[in-house]
Design a protein around this ligand. Structure first.
Ligand SMILES: *[C@@H]1O[C@H](CO)[C@@H](O)[C@H](O)[C@H]1NC(C)=O
Ligand SMILES: *[C@@H]1O[C@H](CO)[C@@H](O)[C@H](O)[C@H]1NC(C)=O
Ligand SMILES: *[C@@H]1O[C@H](CO)[C@@H](O)[C@H](O)[C@H]1NC(C)=O
Length: 449
């Protein structure tokens, strides 16, 4: 909890406006997007033979309990209580109108026996597994076509025990794409709150083709060298609100996506209205990111009050040729970052392709990106913005950005780098590239400062 004490301490410092100092402003929250439901009907995993000794398999207990919720539908839905203890299990599906409630000290642990992980079809917007051709392993906790689902409790843990999967990735012995820790597909009215996610095999939380999703008060942990353990990846989803969470993983903390090249273009499902606020964390990759899978388009993203420590890139918008898709109206504001390789990166040449059938003429469009109120300490390089020559990035607006170099003295290593970009900059230090015009009277920035 020292990071929390540390944040409070910083609130009294000059950089307070960049931090999560709730006392300084009215605290805005995600509430209202999804109604919180109280369940009158409650069952315990123990009623279905659950054994929390860390070694007994609880697959039957979870499946039986959820079967009971699905088939003996109770008015107002049912809460499934997981008492303290370690419940080892294979993956399982949730159902609608349920709350999965983890008591303090409850741990739901994924089996490390990879033979017992079922395969499911690739996502239509990806055309294949993200890592390997063909199907993909179903997420540890999975929901398809659901509504009114809550995962909450007293900060119990969902532990993916992902090291076996990371090793298969390292040894190149993976046959199919690794499983996410939690995936909701085609679902709506979902709340995930007050849970600890640990050691996901692959991405931690993946809402795809979903709407009205609230994700709050989470702790998401995986080692910095664990491959592709993204924190939260809203994908072709709308009205997703993420707040008040601590994320420290081996890949992007939050990454907004919308499908991959020709498959994502054909599926055509954008991510719209995504809010990310009061997120703190660290990772060797990106803090707040968009992409690189952006083929369905990404619109109306607001990220605010973000604190990043020991990062690769602080704010990262990434796409590529072949992606197509429009990325627009992205706002990132009130960011504190410290010990970061690169502060801000916007690039049109990031990420791989699903196969050689991608259309090299499907160029992404990036416009109306506002990044403001950023304070950086020990940042090796302030930023780079590289559009595409046949699709320059427009309306890239930077304001009130102060980025300070590393502790080593001497001339600043690298200044901003830009190409194929237009927009504006006001009160940015170090001063960004000449491509960003220096006044706000030019009209280059369509969004007012
Ligand atoms: C879980 O859901 C997946 C995808 O919807 C389905 O293929 C699978 O059969 C389900 N598994 C169980 C045990 O119900
Ligand atoms: C759970 O953790 C969150 C995030 O750290 C915290 O805000 C919340 O107070 C904790 N809740 C409980 C019941 O301990
Ligand atoms: C831009 O996105 C914000 C949310 O970040 C939204 O409130 C606003 O209406 C959007 N503007 C346009 C022009 O769509």
């Amino acid at each position: 909890m020292h990071r929390f004490v540390f944040s409070i301490f910083l609130c009294f410092a000059a950089i307070a406006p960049f931090l999560n100092c709730g006392v300084l402003a009215d605290v805005v929250t995600c509430s209202g997007i999804v109604p919180m439901r109280y369940r009158n009907d409650m069952i315990s995993i123990m009623d279905f033979g659950g054994v929390g000794d860390g070694v007994t398999m609880n697959t039957k207990a979870f499946r039986a309990a959820i079967y009971r919720i699905e088939h003996l539908r109770r008015r107002g839905g049912t809460l499934l209580y997981i008492p303290p203890g370690e419940y080892l299990t294979e993956s399982f599906n949730l159902t609608s109108h349920m709350t999965l409630y983890l008591a303090r000290g409850a741990v739901i642990k994924a089996t490390q026996d990879t033979r017992y992980w079922p395969l499911i079809a690739p996502l239509p917007s990806y055309g294949r597994g993200r890592e390997r051709p063909g199907g993909r392993y179903m997420s540890f906790i999975h929901g398809d076509g659901l509504h009114d689902v809550i995962i909450t409790g007293e900060n119990g843990t969902i532990d993916g025990q992902g090291s076996v999967w990371w090793n298969m990735w390292r040894q190149r012995t993976l046959q199919f794409t690794r499983p996410h820790l939690i995936e909701f597909m085609n679902s709506k009215n979902i709340i995930i709150s007050n849970v600890i996610f640990k050691n996901s095999p692959f991405w931690n939380i993946h809402p795809v083709y979903c709407s009205n999703v609230v994700i709050q008060y989470l702790t998401i942990l995986a080692p910095p060298d664990s491959p592709n353990t993204d924190g939260i990846d809203p994908d072709s989803s709308s009205h997703v609100c993420i707040e008040d969470s601590y994320i420290s993983t081996g890949d992007d903390l939050v990454s907004v996506k919308s499908g991959w090249d020709e498959y994502g273009i054909a599926y055509g499902r954008p991510s719209i209205d995504i809010t990310i606020r009061r997120v703190t964390g660290s990772s060797p990759f990106s803090g707040i990111s968009v992409g690189s899978e952006t083929s369905g388009g990404i619109e109306n993203v607001l990220a605010e009050h973000i604190s990043l420590f020991n990062m690769g890139v602080g704010i990262h918008l990434k796409t590529n040729i072949g992606r197509g898709g429009i990325i627009r109206n992205i706002t990132v504001t009130n960011v504190y970052m410290e010990n970061v390789r690169k502060g801000i990166k916007i690039a049109g040449d990031v990420g791989d392709h699903p196969d050689d059938k991608f259309d090299p003429n499907a160029l992404p469009v990036v416009k109306d990106v506002t990044i403001k109120n950023v304070w950086g300490e020990k940042v090796q390089q302030p930023g780079s913005i590289h559009g595409l020559s046949n699709s320059p990035f427009t309306g890239i607006c930077l304001s009130n950005i102060n980025i300070h170099g590393g502790t080593t003295t001497g001339p600043r290593k690298t200044p901003w780098q830009c190409s194929d970009v237009s927009g504006g900059a006001v009160e940015v230090s170090p001063w960004p590239c000449s491509e960003l015009t220096s006044t706000h009277q030019t009209g280059a920035c369509s969004i007012p400062f």
